[in-house]
Ligand binder design. Structure first.
Ligand code: ITT
Length: 181
């Protein structure tokens, strides 16, 4: 089994990446040391910088995952600020901002950054389209999953097994694995 270090403090992300990569013959080890997060409008430079910084600090090849929810009616908000908004406002306040809004389309995006010590970082982007639900539904997943409706059910209702087949994270990891091979 090949081992890979995933630098993240987010338990939900770690669980998903571990499960997705286990089915491909990888053992994923979590490292919670963190990395400086650049303030950027897009996720790719944040993931690239974090992967390079962490691989050089740890002296190991690492992956990181910078992700976010982009709501079209809000011009892509919270996007790169998703973690801050989740922590300080939460799903109920996001739903409040969306009250009365009929255009509810949104995109979840995950950027996997990969870097080897002394090397240049690579990024792999995955997206999935859905809609912002009218209420929080489902106890599965994490973060924004209860308000992200994918074909009539929220990611919170679908649970990890189904989510991991279609998610932004799965799509980004598939691109990473394709590159590795
Ligand atoms: P790291 O340590 O990996 O940086 P983080 O939680 O700070 O963890 P981000 O900076 O990438 O991660 O912020 C992404 C935010 O979007 C965060 O609030 C997540 O909970 C949320 N999020 C990311 N992927 C998600 C998913 O698949 N389902 C629900 N919410 C998600």
């Amino acid at each position: 089994m090949r081992k890979i270090v995933f630098v993240t403090g987010n338990k939900g992300k770690f669980r998903e990446v571990k499960d997705i990569l286990a089915s491909k013959g990888f053992e994923v080890v979590q490292n919670t040391d963190g990395y400086p997060e650049l303030q950027e409008d897009t996720l790719e430079p944040i993931a690239a910088y974090g992967a390079k910084w962490a691989s050089s600090k740890l002296g190991l090849p690492v992956i990181v995952d910078d992700s976010g929810l982009f709501i079209n009616a809000l011009n892509g908000f919270p996007g790169p600020y998703s973690a801050f908004v989740e922590k300080n406002l939460g799903n109920s306040r996001v739903l409040k901002v969306m009250e009365g809004e009929t255009e509810r389309s949104a995109v979840f995006k995950s950027v996997i950054g990969y870097c080897e010590p002394g090397g240049e970082p690579l990024t792999f982007t995955g997206t999935v389209k859905g809609n912002i639900a009218f209420e929080e539904l489902g106890a599965g997943g994490f973060g924004y999953d209860p308000i992200f409706d994918y074909n009539g059910k929220t990611f919170g209702e679908l649970g990890d097994e189904v989510k991991n087949k279609v998610s932004h994270r799965r799509r980004a990891l598939d691109k990473f694995l394709e590159w590795l091979e």
